[in-house]
Design a protein around this ligand. Structure first.
Ligand SMILES: C[S@@+](CC[C@H](N)C(=O)[O-])C[C@H]1O[C@@H](n2cnc3c(N)ncnc32)[C@H](O)[C@@H]1O
Length: 263
């Protein structure tokens, strides 16, 4: 009769009550809590919907339930178990629902999603380190000589520290920035991003993270344009060898390389 169901968690806002922020937290609670002290330490008190008085002590969390407009206290250990799934690391930059809505494909730096045939494919989590709309000069696009680029990832993420557990995906797309030099206001920089001075470490860490979150036997598709940096140099940043690849683009500079984890 009874069947197992998994309930989706709600997305909540939360703050930890600390010595440093105690006054700001109290002031933001719009009269729902009373301030006090216990053994010389600041506390907050609230009467719960069950009529009990709950005490918030330093280190406890206050969670805002946007649906009912209430703030409820949560003990630190309960918060870490139930809300901050990776042991207290703040997850708000990633979409917490993504942890539960299992999708088999991850793009770790989707940019404007130009390479995707379906830019909202339901099997894909589109991630990027930035979420922004930029208007740049581009005389080929609109009569006013501008072009608007929208980078709107589902989840803000850093490919050097991917916010998912090991072996979560079957397929990963990794198309990182490939330019060492680009004008600060250029269309190329806005669209593709630019390599930092530490780009070798960044890409090495990116490969390592992609292989970590890829299932055994899963596929990594890596794209690299070698106008400024040769693909050979980039392949030195991962011990895994691609199985095959293809060169494309007008000047034959764009490499598509296919790796399989464990092969
Ligand atoms: C070459 S573009 C990706 C283009 C994309 N494949 C497309 O089809 O439009 C590289 C993207 O990597 C993003 N990026 C740069 N560093 C990153 C990082 N550490 N983690 C995640 N994304 C990053 C940039 O913001 C940029 O959007």
């Amino acid at each position: 009769m009874f069947e197992p169901y998994e309930s989706l968690p709600k997305k909540v806002q939360a703050v930890q009550f600390t010595e440093d922020n105690k006054d700001r937290v109290f002031n933001s609670l719009t009269g729902q809590y009373a301030a006090g002290n216990e053994n010389g330490k600041p506390i907050l008190k609230v009467t719960t919907i069950h009529g009990e008085v709950a005490v918030v002590r330093l280190g406890d969390w206050i969670v805002k339930d946007a649906e009912i407009g209430a703030y409820y206290p949560v003990k630190d250990e309960v918060f870490r178990d139930g809300y901050a799934n990776d042991g207290g690391k703040r997850v708000s930059e990633a979409n917490p629902l993504d942890r539960y809505v299992k999708k088999p494909v991850l793009d770790v730096c989707c940019g404007t999603r130009m390479m995707w045939f379906d830019k909202k494919h339901p099997a894909v989590i589109y991630g990027d380190i930035r979420s922004e709309t930029i208007t740049v000069k581009d005389t080929s696009h609109r009569p006013d000589g501008t072009r608007t680029l929208r980078i709107e990832p589902d989840t803000l993420m850093d490919f050097r520290d991917i916010p998912y557990p090991d072996e979560s995906f079957k397929l990963i797309a990794f198309d990182p920035p490939h330019l060492e030099r680009a004008g600060p206001k250029s269309w190329m920089k806005a669209k593709y991003g630019k390599l930092s001075d530490s780009w070798r470490d960044d890409i090495r860490q990116g490969f390592s993270e992609c292989f970590r979150v890829l299932e055994d036997g899963g596929t990594l598709v890596f794209k690299w344009n070698e106008t400024q940096v040769k693909v050979k140099e980039v392949l030195e940043l991962t011990p895994t060898r691609p199985l095959f690849g293809q060169v494309s683009g007008r000047s034959g500079m764009t490499h598509w390389l296919v790796f399989m984890k464990g092969a």
